[in-house]
Design a protein around this ligand. Sequence first.
Ligand SMILES: [Zn+2]
Ligand SMILES: [Zn+2]
Length: 312
Amino acid sequence: MQRILPRGEIESLDHTHIPRIFQAESRFVFQERASRLRQLATDSPIQAYLLLMAHVADAQHNALAKYTALPGASAEQVDRAQTHGMPPLQATGWQRDPQWRQILADIVQEVLQQPDVLAAAQTVLKDLLQAIEQEPEQLEALADAMLARFEEGIDAARAPFVMAALQVYWTRLAVDFDTAQLPVITPFGVCPCCGSLPVSTIVRIGGSREGMRYATCSLCSTEWHIVRVTCTHCEDTEKIAYHSIADASEAIKAESCGKCHTYRKIFYQEKDQMVEAVADDLASLELDVLMGDEGFFRVNDNPLLWQSAKDS
Ligand SMILES: [Zn+2]
Ligand SMILES: [Zn+2]
């Protein structure tokens, strides 16, 4: 009779095993984003915005270190996720602890203290502080709408800051989650931990990730493996094409799918070691314009830049 090996042993026999996910490094994730945003800002047409978001990422870094005891998935939630092959920290419908609004207040206050924040952004931030105090239900509704990716009811000026707080909240949950508890299979195209969409994908260098492509979660910062030359939205492999801006960095391309007519950006670490999933996506809006002209759609917004329905 054949002996059936337990899962861990099978993996240890398989030397070509590709790590399925990488949890965010809580000490670096937002810090790296902040420094990349500053680097990209130097010759960017949206310099002021990138610098504002660098302050946001700095504040996220501090908040992630401060809020270390958020209630995670219960044993029952983990069980249910395993039974149904669903992400255990599913963002939509999650009972958020009110601490997330405290995280938001911390981020807003820290950004407001920076000397170079423009008047328009200051107004948005001060309004937000007031809303945290006086209209928390408004912010809960906005957070729900953003996590559910509703087309309407999203205040585009407040959204990046609210999303920044939600990112800290879910990054903490994901970092603290024991990945051995992940269901073996979760739906394609969404984060195995929280069920959110990826912001972009990166072809990595070094160690077990050499040449492998990982998607970065727009919410909980987890990275998960997706086979290359595969549509990250519909999983098609037949009509994949690559697009880039002439004279721009070779590290940045858009991967389009002729079947579902969407695209997502793909970054190549061998061409630029510093590429960062959120920062490089935000700083390459020119490529989004090109893709729009070629008739492809973005599946999801950058978490730090939202368009209101009427603008799009
Ligand atoms: Zn996630
Ligand atoms: Zn597709």
